[in-house]
Design a protein around this ligand. Structure first.
Ligand SMILES: NC(=O)c1ccc[n+]([C@@H]2O[C@H](COP(=O)([O-])OP(=O)(O)OC[C@H]3O[C@@H](n4cnc5c(N)ncnc54)[C@H](O)[C@@H]3O)[C@@H](O)[C@H]2O)c1
Length: 438
C-alpha cells in the first residue's frame, strides 16, 4: 500500500469559489452561515456530522470525522462566485425559493448581499435557456480563461486566503463528446485560442483552477475537467479534482435501492423514472441538448451497479428510462416517481413505487461543503488528479482511463472512510472480524 501522506495543517482562510451562483450555491453558502450563527445544523454533511470507527469494534473509538482528520473549520471559509446573472447572494437565494425568506434568509441578509458574483465566462450557445449581462468579454476563450485566473489571484489576495477550492455549481451545458482538442494541454490551449466550439465555458474555469493550483470539483454532468488534457495537468500540478454531477434526488435513491436488489439476487426488468421540477435548473434541462448531458449521467448508474453482463438472468433485459419535465409551479421542490419492476424466486414479478417529494438543493448543499473540505484536505495531503474516494458524491464518477466507475453508494462510502483512515495511519476496516471469535 502507498505510504500515508504528511498532511499540512488547515491554517488560515479557505476560499470557496463557485462558478454558478443559483439555487445550490446560495443554499450552500446560506447554510454554512446559518450553522456558523447557530441557527441551523449541517444535516447531510459527513464532514460535519458523521463519525468514523477506528480499530476493532471492542475499542470503542468512533470520533467525528471532523475531529479525526484536519479539515478547515466552517468559520475559516470565505466565498466567491461568478454568474452571468448579477444578483447578489440574497437576491439569488430569494429567486431560487429554496430557503424560507423570513426564517433563514433575513437573519443573514447582510452576509448574503456581500457576495456579488464576478462577471462570468458565459456563452448562451452552451446553456441555451439562459442569458445575463454580467459576462466577460475577450477576443478568444484563452483570454477568458486568463481573466478567470486573474479573478482567482485577486480573490486570494483581497480575502487573504491561504488556500482555495472551486466547485462548479453552474448550469448543465449542452452535450459534448471528448475529442482531439481535449487530449493534450497543448491541443486544448490551441483550441481555446481558436475559439473552438468543443471548449465549453465550464472547461475554462476548470483549466483556470488547475493552472492556479486550485482543487476543482464539477457538480454538473458536463465534461468540464473530465478530459485527458485537464486530468493530466491536474496530476502534473499536484491538484486534486473530482466530478461529475452531484448525487441527489432520484439518482441517490437508485444508488441506495439497486445495490440492495443485487445483494439479494433480486431481478430487475424495468425501471421507469420521471420527475417534475420548476427551478432554473429544470428550465435549463428543458433544452434537449442540456437534457442529453444529464440523461447520460443518470442512465449509467444502474448498468454499473447491476452488472448485467455478469448477471444476465437477473438484469440483461432491464428497460431503464429517465424523464425530466419542467413544471414551474413546483419550483425547487421537485417530485420524482419511480416504478420499479422486479422479480424473485422462479421469476415471479413484483413492483415497487417510489414517490420522492424532494428538495434538490437541500440535498446538494452539504455535498458542496464536503467536497470543498475534502478536496482541500486531499490537496494538503499531496494527493492529485482524480480523487476516486469522493465518488460517493457524484452521479457519474470520474475514474482513471480503463477503470469502470463504482456507483454502489455503500462501496463508495466504505472507500471514502478507508481513505480517511489511510490518510491518518489507521488500519483499514475489512469487516472480516474472525479474531472476535478466536
Ligand atoms: N440541485 C441538485 O440537487 C443538483 C444535483 C446534481 C447536479 N446539479 C447541477 O448543479 C448545477 C446547479 O444547479 P442549480 O439548481 O443551482 O441551478 P441554477 O440554475 O439555480 O444555478 C445555476 C447558475 O449557474 C449560472 N451559470 C450558467 N453558466 C455559467 C457560467 N458559464 N459561469 C458562471 N455561472 C453560470 C446560471 O446563471 C445560474 O444562476 C446544475 O448544473 C445542476 O444540474 C444540481
Amino acid at each position: 500500500m502507498t505510504e500515508r501522506p504528511d498532511i499540512r495543517p488547515a491554517e488560515g482562510k479557505l476560499g470557496v469559489l463557485l462558478p454558478g451562483f443559483g439555487a445550490v450555491a446560495t443554499t450552500f453558502v446560506a447554510g454554512v452561515e446559518a450553522v456558523r450563527q447557530g441557527i441551523a445544523k449541517p444535516v447531510g454533511s459527513l464532514s460535519q456530522m458523521q463519525t468514523i470507527r477506528l480499530g476493532k469494534r471492542t475499542e470503542d473509538r468512533t470520533p467525528l470525522i471532523k475531529d479525526f482528520v484536519p479539515l478547515a473549520a466552517l468559520d475559516q471559509l470565505v466565498f466567491g462566485a461568478w454568474d452571468p446573472i448579477p444578483d447578489d447572494g440574497y437576491a439569488s437565494a430569494v429567486n431560487a425559493g429554496v430557503l424560507n425568506r423570513h426564517e433563514h434568509l433575513e437573519p443573514i441578509r447582510g452576509f448574503l448581499e456581500s457576495i456579488e458574483p464576478m462577471p462570468a465566462a458565459f456563452d448562451t450557445e452552451y446553456v441555451k435557456k439562459l442569458d445575463g449581462p454580467n459576462v466577460k468579454r475577450a477576443a478568444n476563450k484563452k483570454e477568458l480563461a486568463e481573466q478567470i485566473r486573474e479573478d482567482i489571484r485577486s480573490f486570494r489576495e483581497t480575502h487573504g486566503c491561504q488556500r482555495l477550492v472551486m466547485v462548479w455549481c453552474g448550469s448543465t451545458e449542452i452535450f459534448l463528446r471528448g475529442g482531439p482538442q481535449h487530449e493534450t494541454l497543448q491541443a486544448f490551449e490551441a483550441a481555446m485560442e481558436a475559439n473552438d466550439p468543443s471548449i465549453a465555458p465550464s472547461m475554462l474555469y476548470a483549466y483556470a483552477a488547475i493552472m492556479e493550483g486550485v482543487p476543482y470539483a464539477n457538480g454538473a454532468p458536463n465534461l468540464s475537467a473530465d478530459i485527458p488534457a485537464l486530468e493530466r495537468a491536474a496530476v502534473e500540478r499536484g491538484v486534486p479534482i473530482g466530478g461529475k454531477d452531484f448525487k441527489t434526488g432520484q439518482t441517490l435513491m437508485k444508488t441506495i435501492l439497486a445495490p440492495g436488489f443485487k445483494t439479494r439476487m433480486i431481478g430487475v426488468n424495468g425501471w421507469f423514472s420521471t420527475n417534475i421540477l420548476g427551478n432554473r435548473d429544470g428550465e435549463v434541462l428543458d433544452d434537449p441538448a442540456s437534457f442529453k448531458t444529464k440523461e447520460e449521467s443518470k442512465l449509467g448508474v444502474l448498468e454499473h451497479i447491476l452488472q448485467p453482463n455478469m448477471y444476465p438472468d437477473l438484469y440483461e433485459d432491464l428497460y431503464h428510462k429517465v424523464r425530466i419535465n419542467y413544471y414551474p409551479p413546483r419550483g425547487d421542490n421537485k417530485e420524482g416517481w419511480d416504478n420499479i419492476d422486479i422479480f424473485g424466486w422462479m421469476g415471479y414479478p413484483m413492483q415497487i413505487k417510489v414517490d420522492f417529494l424532494c428538495r434538490d438543493s437541500i440535498l446538494a448543499a452539504p455535498i458542496v461543503l464536503d467536497l470543498a473540505l475534502f478536496l482541500d484536505l486531499a490537496h494538503r495531503a499531496g494527493m492529485s488528479g482524480i480523487q476516486e474516494w469522493l465518488s460517493f458524491y457524484f452521479k457519474s464518477p470520474q475514474t482513471a482511463p480503463g477503470l469502470y466507475p463504482e456507483h454502489d453508494i455503500f462501496i463508495q462510502h466504505m472507500k471514502l472512510k478507508n481513505t480517511l483512515r489511510w490518510m491518518m495511519g489507521e488500519e483499514q476496516i475489512t469487516h472480516l472480524g474472525l479474531d472476535y471469535y478466536e
